[in-house]
Design a protein around this ligand. Structure first.
Ligand code: TRP
Length: 332
């Protein structure tokens, strides 16, 4: 069966934006059963922009908890840390031979990151970020990679590296070792932040976490930006410019959302009530995840065991691919 591989950097607890932009899609693809699904915790990648490694383990556990709570089933889909499988480093080295530094310097995602993080210089490994990502994908011969739009340049580089390897080092029977993977973008992948900014992000402090309990959700939704022209409760409002309404559209039932739209426009519904209903919808949506998370947290060894098991399954595939690659290279 063909494989899907995707991954995230371990940034700790995930938020609703991660769910809408990626996790929901991962779980759907897993449950479709058309592909084998593999989900990677990109802990080495996390080090490329922050050398402080002291929280990476804990952040990886928190992220794995959210994946599991959201419906990733570890029996179907191995979840594993990149740093625990040495083959990632090995294939990264080989792939580094097959791409020029000027190609990597042209990578628009890197340019964006350098600008956003205001970096003066970058490390050799940071320049090679997409090369490591290519190794992540191709070790498992991932043919489909569900990602956000910002990752497409990395998938393109992965395709170029695969092509270059296959041309340079065909198998003894002339076949290609690696597939040329395709990126699969999640539609409607963005959820606005509480402050109305284009994207939810933990560092911007405008995110609702998947693990936020109802009182926390309420507290956060209360701060959300609404139509600034609607000042008093009975002023007519414009849902089209309201962050809270965007959440209703995603998390409240269609019929109720239509009523909210009408009542906001007429002035019958004030923002305070509207926000209460919004928070309730979001918490209702999160409830099963909170429950699963709580169950998993009760047995702290459980998640660790899931990773160890995922890592052993992933390692077997990675070793197999590496032995094919080394054979094609006639390295003996
Ligand atoms: N670069 C990806 C991100 O920041 C994370 C990642 C690492 C990844 N390796 C991957 C995604 C392999 C897909 C496939 O979101």
């Amino acid at each position: 069966m063909k494989r899907i591989l995707s991954g995230m950097r371990p940034t700790g607890k995930l938020h609703l934006g991660h769910y809408v932009g990626a996790l929901e899609n991962w779980v759907a693809l897993q449950n479709d059963g058309d592909y084998e699904t593999y989900f990677l915790i990109a802990d080495y990648h996390a080090l490329t922009t922050n050398l402080d490694s002291s929280h990476i383990y804990q952040n990886s556990i928190e992220m794995a908890l959210d994946w599991l709570a959201a419906g990733v089933n570890p029996e179907q889909s191995p979840i594993f840390r990149q740093s625990q499988i040495k083959e990632h480093a090995e294939l990264f080295l080989i792939f580094s031979l097959l791409i020029t530094t000027s190609r990597l310097e042209r990578n628009p995602s890197l340019k964006e990151q350098v600008r956003d993080l205001e970096l003066d210089t970058i490390s050799y490994a940071h320049l090679g970020y997409p090369v490591l990502q290519a190794a992540d994908i191709l070790l498992y011969k991932g043919s489909v990679v569900p990602v956000g739009e910002d990752q497409l340049p990395h998938i393109e580089i992965t395709r170029e590296i695969a092509r270059r390897f296959n041309q340079t080092y065909p198998k003894p029977n002339g076949e290609a070792v690696f597939p040329e993977p395709e990126g699969k973008i999640t539609k409607f992948a963005r959820l606005v932040g509480l402050d109305g900014k284009a994207k939810m992000s933990k560092s911007l402090g405008n995110a609702i976490l998947l693990s936020d309990p109802p009182d926390e959700v309420m507290k956060k939704v209360r701060t959300a930006v609404t139509d600034t022209a609607k000042i008093r409760k009975n002023d007519p409002g414009n849902p089209d410019v309201c962050t809270v309404f965007k959440y209703h559209q995603r998390f409240t039932k269609t019929e109720e959302t239509q009523q909210i739209d009408a009542d906001c426009r007429s002035g019958a519904l004030g923002c305070v009530d509207c926000k209460k209903r919004c928070a309730a919808s979001i918490s209702e949506f999160l409830a099963p995840m909170l429950e699963r998370r709580a169950q998993l947290e009760r047995h702290s060894d459980h998640v660790r065991a899931i990773l160890v098991e995922g890592e052993s399954r992933a390692r077997a595939v990675a070793m197999q691919t590496m032995s094919e690659a080394r054979e094609a290279m006639k390295l003996g």
